[in-house]
Write a protein that binds this ligand. Sequence first.
Ligand SMILES: Cc1cc2nc3c(=O)[nH]c(=O)nc-3n(C[C@H](O)[C@H](O)[C@H](O)COP(=O)(O)OP(=O)(O)OC[C@H]3O[C@@H](n4cnc5c(N)ncnc54)[C@H](O)[C@@H]3O)c2cc1C
Length: 419
Amino acid sequence: MAVVGPLSRIARLGRNICQNHRLIFNKISQRRGIASCIDPSHGLSDEQKEFQKVAFDFAANEMSPHMAEWDQKEVFPVETMRKAAQLGFGGIYVQPDVGGSGLSRLDTSIIFEALSTGCASTTAYISIHNMCAWMIDTFGNVDQREKFCPDLCSMEKFASYCLTEPGSGSDAASLLTSAQKKGDHYILNGSKAFISGGGDTDVYVVMCRTGGKGPKGISCLVVEKGTPGLSFGKKEKKVGWNSQPTRAVIFEDCAVPVANRLGEEGQGFSIAMKGLNGGRINIASCSLGAAHACVLLARDHLLVRKQFGETLANSQFLQFKLAEMATKLVTSRLLVRDAATALQQNRSDAVTLCSMAKLFATDECFNICNQALQMHGGYGYLKDYAVQQFVRDIRVHQILEGTNEVMRMIISRNLLTES
Ligand SMILES: Cc1cc2nc3c(=O)[nH]c(=O)nc-3n(C[C@H](O)[C@H](O)[C@H](O)COP(=O)(O)OP(=O)(O)OC[C@H]3O[C@@H](n4cnc5c(N)ncnc54)[C@H](O)[C@@H]3O)c2cc1C
């Protein structure tokens, strides 16, 4: 892969960031080092290792020291995300001519995994933002790409993905938000539920009904904050993902220019699903980062905590548990990276592999984090310890971007119908 401008920028800025102080999590793990068997840089090119290091350092220096505070005070860390965007992380797989970094799906996965070690919730929002920017870059016309993508890649503006509605979650194609064409505008009525970033973001990529029932009646519109008729529900109180707001997005006779439609009428559901294929890799990568952090936290705890006159690391039961966690982490990573490569190559098995990766990695990584909490005993349940936040933050990865039951539907449909 050729080195593009933003990538060189990633490396240059990263070297400066590395000089700064480090947080507790990394102090501990760097003193002992990352065990080679779970080293996430295995098999990567020199270039990939370089931007992976930049992302790890950014996570350690700019995210992890604030992770607990962002959670407890429910801070949406806009300025930190803009710093991440200066490294090229605002539009990682967006094309360079509109400000993106032009990297591959595998590169993107590597970056999100590393960033997540510093805060899985914030990284997950950055991943949704990247998905929206990619949708506009890929399905937008010249004017739309030039209008929206540069500000999204720099994270001067933030984006939200609006598919789910109060009455349509897993059955997303049954959505009801209507968009009636009147002259050169669509008039939107309806509401979207659970929208990440909702209310705090500037650009809403909205799936709405311009035609009849089913997926073919759905179109995709870009709605800008400030459009009359666009409003937001209350900020939801959540178990995790507290560094990003979640609100309903409401449309009441909201007039949106026809010029803001991505693709053709009726193409919206396909655009939404194509966005989600990458989204599933991204969210699975965020789970990998959390699990990676938790394996190291658990390892370090076992090495220092003494009970029954010896360290917990001497317990064969806990040794075996740690071995299983590491094995499941590496297995999950292999599957996620394979799916990312399949998606990049536009292979016929890509959609199914993305679903498998999302199902397997988000389930297994949640189990890893939960087991790490268990190994911490009562301390794991205290908010002073990062492990509980990783557990809370990645629980939702089993639910959104298609629940893990929906992933099973996609995989089994492929098995049963493809001959
Ligand atoms: C914190 C958070 C952030 C989110 N962010 C966004 C966002 O930015 N944009 C967006 O569009 N959406 C977002 N969502 C919504 C998310 O994608 C949905 O919650 C998810 O798709 C599930 O829909 P639902 O909640 O309506 O559950 P339901 O569809 O009602 O499902 C309930 C349960 O039943 C299961 N189920 C349903 N049908 C079947 C079946 N046929 N067979 C077996 N099991 C089934 C589901 O898997 C699930 O376990 C977010 C959700 C949360 C919690």
